[in-house]
Design a protein around this ligand. Structure first.
Ligand SMILES: [Zn+2]
Ligand SMILES: [Zn+2]
Length: 111
């Protein structure tokens, strides 16, 4: 799986260019905030391409976030509903608890 650097053809590659996926060693790699590239040209290409891709992803990501929010709300509602059910059947199993409490009793029922 080890590949040699495409720039110096000498050292083993430490990175793979994010833009063209060519192997590049630590010394030859052109690094910036996006990651490691085989050349400055690739870094520039990735930068211009990445901006367009990020804009497209942001559009899709917006819809994904709404779906995620709906799912989270559904889970929260389910947990709230479950919590409401919890005391009655938990208390039945607890020794010395309100053994004969009606199943529909609210959590703060008097003794
Ligand atoms: Zn190299
Ligand atoms: Zn490259």
């Amino acid at each position: 799986m080890e590949a040699k650097c495409v720039v110096c053809h000498d050292k083993l590659a430490a990175f793979r260019c994010i833009q063209c996926h060519k192997p590049v060693c630590d010394e030859c790699a052109h690094k910036d905030e996006n990651g490691a590239f085989c050349s400055r040209e690739c870094a520039g290409q990735y930068r211009s391409y990445g901006q367009a891709a990020r804009k497209a992803a942001a559009k899709r990501g917006g819809l994904g976030k709404v779906i995620l929010l709906v799912i989270l709300l559904a889970i929260a509602a389910f947990i709230a509903w479950k919590r409401d059910l919890l005391p009655s059947w938990v208390m039945e199993k607890l020794p010395g608890g309100a053994g004969n409490a009606p199943a529909e009793a609210p959590a703060n029922a008097p003794e």
